[in-house]
Every structure is written in structure tokens, then in C-alpha cells.
Ligand binder design. Structure first.
Ligand code: FEO
Length: 168
């Protein structure tokens, strides 16, 4: 059993994860339009990851016997600038997600809700991995920016990212 405050907070985060998915889908479309198919594929897989995150929260809220409340997502941007800009925007967004996940953990600990704290640890670990992955891509983009060959090679590398193991 989870509290009303926790249910509301989880619903809010579930909707933020859906919003994240639309941002990454929009980034994927932008990259595709620019001819960067590998970048587009990377962001398409990121879109799927975010859908999985949202659905984990959706399932947890229902499993706890509470109502899921879907909300309208803000319209995502459609112009993301350079290869460096797009990954810096991604890192900024992931840091915001991390802040929100930590706030949920704080609430779970405050309420002595050990079940939800345990559930949230998956997200804590996921955020460490996501921030690290995006930071290392930013380092690579900085190395090759301005060189057509470098962007071409990075585009090929990003296109190798496998689709998430779990589908929704
Ligand atoms: Fe669901 Fe990328 O955080």
C-alpha cells in the first residue's frame, strides 16, 4: 500500500517519462531529417527506453491498487541544433530526471515506504548509467565536431546501439 502523496508523485514521474519519450522521438526525427540515420536510431532506442520507464511506473501504480492518471505532455522541441547541442540537451534532461527520481526516493524514505524505495533503486541505477553514457558521447562529439569523417564514423557507431531488451 502506498500513500496518496506517493501515488501522485509516481503519476507525475510516469507522465514525465512519457514526456521524455516524446523529446527523444522528436530528436530522432530531427536527426533522420538531417541525414544522420545512426543518431536517429540511437534516439529512437532512447525513446523506447523512456516508454519502458513510464510503463514500469504505470504497472507499479496499478499493482499497488491505485489509479493511473495520464496527463497531456508539453509539445517537444523540433529544432535541436548541432550534434553537440542535441547531446548536451539530452544530458541536461537526464540530470533533471535524476533530480526527480532522487526526490521520489527522499519521499519514500520519509514515509518509511521501503517497497517503493526498493522499486525506485532500479531508476537510480538507470540514471547513473544514462548520464554516464550521454557524457561519453558528448566527449566523442567534441573530439570529432567540425570533421565530416568523424561525424560519419560516430553516426555509424551510434547506429549500432541495440534496441532495449524489454519492449512495451
Ligand atoms: Fe527515464 Fe532517461 O530517464
Amino acid at each position: 500500500m502506498i500513500s496518496k502523496a506517493m501515488t501522485e508523485a509516481l503519476n507525475e514521474q510516469m507522465n514525465f517519462e512519457f514526456y521524455s519519450s516524446t523529446i527523444y522521438l522528436s530528436m530522432s526525427a530531427y536527426c533522420n531529417h538531417k541525414g544522420l540515420d545512426g543518431f536517429a536510431s540511437w534516439f529512437y532506442n532512447q525513446y523506447k527506453e523512456e516508454m519502458i520507464h513510464a510503463m514500469k511506473m504505470y504497472d507499479y501504480i496499478l499493482d499497488q491498487g491505485h489509479a493511473v492518471e495520464l496527463a497531456a505532455c508539453p509539445k517537444p522541441e523540433t529544432d535541436f541544433g548541432s550534434a553537440l547541442d542535441i547531446f548536451e540537451t539530452t544530458l541536461g534532461h537526464e540530470r533533471e530526471v535524476t533530480k526527480r527520481i532522487y526526490a521520489l526516493v527522499d519521499l519514500a524514505l520519509e514515509e518509511r515506504d521501503h517497497g517503493t524505495n526498493s522499486f525506485l533503486q532500479w531508476f537510480v541505477n538507470e540514471q547513473v548509467e544514462e548520464e554516464s553514457t550521454v557524457s561519453s558521447i558528448i566527449d566523442k562529439v567534441k573530439l570529432v565536431e567540425g570533421t565530416g569523417n568523424g561525424i560519419f564514423m560516430l553516426n555509424n557507431e551510434l547506429g549500432q546501439r541495440p534496441a532495449p531488451a524489454t519492449t512495451v
